[in-house]
Design a protein around this ligand. Structure first.
Ligand code: ATP
Ligand code: MG
Length: 273
């Protein structure tokens, strides 16, 4: 068990985790007669790597979609940075500093890697299209600044060699990395990753794990991720929420989760992808 005070806690590997960044309170989400999420509460702390796990259809992506504003829950409250968040559109949530990747990659396939990553900076582009078309000084300065930041992210994720390649030509593992780059281009305080390693081979998973740890370490980004590979989850995360049939059946450190009988019965003890 963790001895977490309001100010946070120190992890086994000596990282300092801060206060509560996001709190989900009694969230219930229905699609017609289907209850995707039933009365779930949990928090995400500053600087933490928080995993959400559970069997297929458990409601994990739905939960991420509530956090990112794609779905508005019928019941419950979402608190962010100490304030209750009113129902918001995804672009408004993005403006709060929350970025995400998707379970099914959502990139502009015909565009280059560089242009895809640039779309992650749209929230930082204040000049309008008309001004940009006229190439006024302000628009130019802004473009240069955004471009520099994007190049930094591209270097960080080691995708310089494919910057000018159309995304459609990339193998799956690299597309996942480009999607991460686009999310990072938004300079998020909270990064949401929906199955960042799904469909990857061992080597690609190791690379992605290293990048996730580096993002957390070097940018101080708080990360919430959904993942089915238990080795990866237990290695990366500070705390884990376990969902099953829309309910929360476990919440704690990887050690807590490994020894939680309900979690073993529902998920860890059975074969899954
Ligand atoms: N837009 C939607 N409309 C109707 N039902 C939905 C919708 N999105 C999700 N659901 C239902 O909600 C439940 C939870 O789905 P969700 O995608 O959140 O599960 P998951 O835990 O992410 O599963 P997986 O591991 O397969 O990705 C499922 O029964 C699903 O069919
Ligand atoms: Mg899912």
């Amino acid at each position: 068990m963790l001895d977490a005070s309001d100010e946070g806690y120190v992890t086994e590997d000596g990282r300092r985790i801060g206060g509560v960044l996001m709190e989900m309170k009694n969230i219930t989400l229905r699609f017609g007669g289907v209850k995707a999420i039933t009365d779930i509460s949990f928090d995400i702390r500053e600087g933490e790597i928080r995993a959400i796990i559970g069997p297929n259809g458990a409601g994990k992506s739905s939960m991420l979609n509530v956090i990112s504003g794609f779905y508005v829950p019928q019941e419950g409250e979402v608190w962010y940075k100490g304030a209750k968040r009113p129902p918001m559109k995804p672009y408004q949530v993005a403006q709060l500093g929350i970025a995400r990747t998707f379970q099914n990659i959502a990139l502009f396939e015909g565009m280059t890697v560089l242009d895809n990553v640039m779309t992650g900076r749209l929230n930082y582009m204040k000049t309008n299209m008309f001004q940009q078309a006229l190439w006024k000084g302000k628009a130019e300065a802004e473009e240069v600044e955004n471009r520099e930041f994007v190049e930094k992210i591209i270097d960080f994720l080691e995708i310089q060699s494919i910057r000018k390649t159309p995304v459609a030509r990339l193998p799956y593992g690299l597309k996942k990395r480009v999607e991460l780059a686009r999310a990072l281009a938004a300079e998020p305080s909270l990064l949401l990753l929906d199955e960042p390693m799904a469909g990857m081979n061992v080597e690609e998973k190791e690379d992605m794990s290293r990048f996730i740890l580096d993002v957390n370490d070097e940018f101080g980004t708080t990360i919430a991720l959904i993942e089915h590979d238990m080795g990866v989850v237990m290695d990366l995360s500070d705390r884990v929420v376990v969902m099953d049939y829309g309910k929360k059946i476990g919440d704690g450190t990887p050690d807590d989760i490994r020894s939680n009988q309900a979690v073993i019965d529902a998920y860890l003890g059975v074969a899954h992808d």
